[in-house]
Ligand binder design. Sequence first.
Ligand code: ZN
Length: 232
Amino acid sequence: MIKTQNWIPDELHILLRIADVLFECFFNEITTRKNFKNEILHEIEQIMKDIKVHFEFFAPKTSGGKWTWKSLMGPAKKTILEKFPVSTFILGEREQKIELLWREFYRLYCVMKKENLTFDEIDEFEKDAKNWVRLFCCPTIFCQKRIIQEGIYRATDVTPYMHVFAQHVPQFMRQLKQRGLSFRHFKTLSIEKKNHEQVSIFNLKFQLTFTKFLLNIGKVILWWNFNGWWKT
Ligand SMILES: [Zn+2]
């Protein structure tokens, strides 16, 4: 087992995977609206254009299926978290809170990547990140059958990435600071790219080997046929 001092979570994946959950929660909710196809869809695509993000919805392939959307890269996800006006689509306290969730996550992500943070700033980050998870899964509260606080998402929607973000990242930030480092020094973007390239090379090699394998099987079958073994 690797000691906790000897590894750190990858900031890029924390951003990508938590953003995925936020977008999925929001889009899954909004695509079920009656006026989604005729109104909301076009409004969202226009806003994405305005904030310079290439975005597109795809209609469900089966009746009763879900709408899907174009997969997004890191920079596009950051722009959406920072600028997309969630609260213009649904007016209410809950939607303002959802917008706050997006903005606050983006702000905290930027803090996480900062160099030369003080220990006080890291303490502040820890407090804010924990509050962020609390807000994400804040429950609906009833008082005498009347809703006095609308919930956001369920506690079961909280992912391991969110847990790492609030519960472990601050501790890693402190350890790195003690060694004069920060999360910034551990970007895996280039490794990811290499990994992607290697996977592509691997796939190509595999395809070639597999084709050779099929050709060989073909030869064996032909040989069998010639020898009439298959009849016996
Ligand atoms: Zn843990």
